[in-house]
Design a binder for this molecule. Sequence first.
Ligand SMILES: *[C@@H]1O[C@H](CO)[C@@H](O)[C@H](O)[C@H]1NC(C)=O
Ligand SMILES: *[C@@H]1O[C@H](CO)[C@@H](O)[C@H](O)[C@H]1NC(C)=O
Ligand SMILES: *[C@@H]1O[C@H](CO)[C@@H](O)[C@H](O)[C@H]1NC(C)=O
Length: 906
Amino acid sequence: MTVFIASLFLPKTIHFTLPGTPPRGSRSEKPQPNPRPAPPERQPSLFQPPSITPPHTPTDEKKPSGLFTNEDGLRVHIPTTTAIGEDGVRAPADRSSPTWGGRLDQPMSRANSPPPPSLIQKARNLHQKAKEMGRAGITQPRTLDRSESHERVFAHANWKIVNADQGNGGLRNAAEAASREGKVGDCTWVGTLGMPTDALQGTQQLQDIQDKLATEHDMLSVCPSDKDFDGHYSHFCKQILWPVFHYQIPDNPKSKAYEDHSWKYYVNVNQAFADVIVKNWKRGDVVWVHDYHLLLVPGMVRKKLPEAKICFFLHVAFPSSEVFRCLAVRKQLLEGMLGANLIGFQIHEYTRHFLQTCSRLLSAEATPDGLQLEDRFVDVVNLPIGIDPVSLSQHREEDEVKRWLDTMRERYAGKKLIVARDKLDHVRGVRQKLLSYELFLNKNPEWRDKVVLIQVALSTSEKSELDATVSDIVTRVNSSWANLAYQPVVYLKQDIDYAQYLALLSVADALMITSQREGMNLTSHEYLFCQDGKISEKKHGSLILSEFTGTSSLFGGNELSVNPWDYRACADAIKKALEMGDEEKEMRWTKLYEAVNHHTGSHWFSEILARLDVVYEQQHRHDQTSVPRLSLNTLVQQYNRTERRLFILDFEGTLVSWGPVNQIIPVSPQRTLDVLNDLLLDDRNTIYVMSGRRPEELDRLFRRVPNLGLIAENGCFLRDCGSTEWTEMADADQIRSWKDSVRGILTYYIERTPGAEIEDRRCSLIFHYKSAEDYESATRQALDCASHINDACEDQRVHAIPMEGCVLVEPLDWTKSTAAQRIFSDLRDRMAPDATHTSPVDFLMVVGDGREDEKVFKWANGLGEEGLVEEVVTVSLGTRNTEATATMTQGVSGVLMALQRLGSIA
Ligand SMILES: *[C@@H]1O[C@H](CO)[C@@H](O)[C@H](O)[C@H]1NC(C)=O
Ligand SMILES: *[C@@H]1O[C@H](CO)[C@@H](O)[C@H](O)[C@H]1NC(C)=O
Ligand SMILES: *[C@@H]1O[C@H](CO)[C@@H](O)[C@H](O)[C@H]1NC(C)=O
């Protein structure tokens, strides 16, 4: 059995040695736990004054450590002509987006990005190409454009497999930790090479690369065309999906998000992944798809491999349904995800958003465990990813880290350090952080001179306005309070290497994260780990953390939680962080550290796979096609050998053919009544009929079957056999109070949905819109209405269920199954005290076709498993997946025939 780990980028990429390029020795092919950071001298750094170590001009050798990446780890390529900030030149505010393949040792993309790149972009690309060709020893100024020679260069160059800088580092570490600990078997990665491949398409070179990756590294490479990849990644993922998932709806005038038709490229790349998986899949294999780049893959694989065991995990945040519904392709995306057996999210909030979104947009029924679709159940869980403490502690033992520690200790002696490392985009809240810090210094003069904020900013080529604003604030703060010996803000607009980063986390007194949205960023985990005092005398530092991060929901308020928009509160948090007593610091840190150690990457990895096994089993067992057909012969034998028989039979769709609820004329009413009466002639039989209808209706329908028991309104009312009195199971006061609130909401929607109506049952309310004038818009209203009720009335223990043509609002606490339990316990209470048997029933048959019947099946099967009832028969008529142990495909007439057969046995 193999686990396919499908993630946009493979953990490896290819380095080509072009003629004329000195071979690079720094990167080796042998697998390393993590890419080694470059030596510090190569990294420009503000920690050492330039006079001591002048920053090197970046060369093609300079590689910032691959452990720092944007949220996908994809390095943003900034053309050297517009090196942002350093020389005061800022990138023009154009559409420039992260591109890939900016490396000089890899082919250029042939994508002609949709929409066509601006002139500036083109100029830059040309410049870049010119440089590259120059380096490759080709001096053909007139063939600057994509030339044959360029391609031939790569098709014949020497190459080797190296660790990739880009990709999901958290996932990679988790997978490595889990396999190191022996928790998983074979894993095969499925992903792109992280470089343009058009230049290599169809060459032996590419074939060799793919073969070597597959055989030596267990990696299957997906090679979409450059155009597909660019449209997929730079456009659909980066300009539409990522912003929307982080609550930034791309609707500003500059955004080209909706013009570029990038959706089809997204589909193509997803299909390419699905095709590779399908081609390599063997029975029993697991397919685990990762993150928002590949939302459609589960559905595409499911289509080809209905049996496959598929998991999907979203690493970033999932937005509220209000935001998600802005996506034009919202349905396709959700349906793609729902191809999985198990869908995982980082935290509960995202799970809830997803369930709400599905029930709102797809009219799937959401339960706390997942989604009930027409024919399948999809489980949904939340489990946060974490760090790998083992490799982290190895890394920080390195000499590099120690050297940096010494440097920083010396340089910032006597100062308190607040550190931060963010990508410079709107979501990370760097501007808010600096403003809060400024406010803090304004309000607390005693701290000027004693505290330094070190902000590392990973720049992006876009968002130059933000860049300008942030630089202005830095200059302002600096010019207000800096002197020869003191600089209040150190603003480093360049990434630092991993050793420097670890050292920084270790010497910090506080870490400050003010993101406006963040899935599960592990920076704070790493910080807490580094604050254990093992390599630095500074320890138990404070954590100032935005309440909008996924991480904050794990930390139980032991961090200093802030709303990044509330500058005053942020400034107070800084003060608190700096002035907190050692005891409190230690107490808070200890709890946070426990949380970090509890949620490790390896635990996450193996736990998700274990859950997938469990839910797959469950779903499979309940799959209608794997539940056997009811065997009439066996049923007859079971019946014949038992003496105390209980039948609980659903009414609509089981004993009568389905018709609209308000037309209570069953198709062959007399036959049903005759069959029931026949069965009741045998006084060893007890029969209850359960229904969603009101008590009065059932009284009327069954007045010719005197000894029948009845369950009305899906379990809210019960009429015992032989009695004419109804027992109200539900708490009338509670019902009244929720009905008032729900009716208010329903009325609002009814007014906006011509032709719809409310049916007021005793314990439930139904919003009918079958006969609405505009069915489509009525459906939308109804789904909105259901999600509104589910949001607003959860505390009142009711829920709204969208169904075909109506929304049913009913209590959570009284169901058909609570009624069935009551019947069983009443029978038990009525057992003769000298009875020899332990149970009032030795035969229990439940037949139904609907959602509410499932709970009764489950309860009945439970009695069988516990041995309380000898013969339990649960039969489902529907096509849905079911808890029942048998199915029947002939519908109502099949049920009546079976019951008739039993009734004929004397
Ligand atoms: C966490 O944030 C940093 C800085 O913004 C970023 O480089 C890193 O990729 C993020 N990590 C994840 C898992 O999103
Ligand atoms: C801050 O001010 C100091 C002293 O005036 C100066 O040397 C330094 O370059 C300034 N730094 C920034 C980032 O403005
Ligand atoms: C029921 O059981 C009795 C006694 O074992 C047997 O004689 C009879 O044939 C059975 N009836 C059916 C329909 O199996």
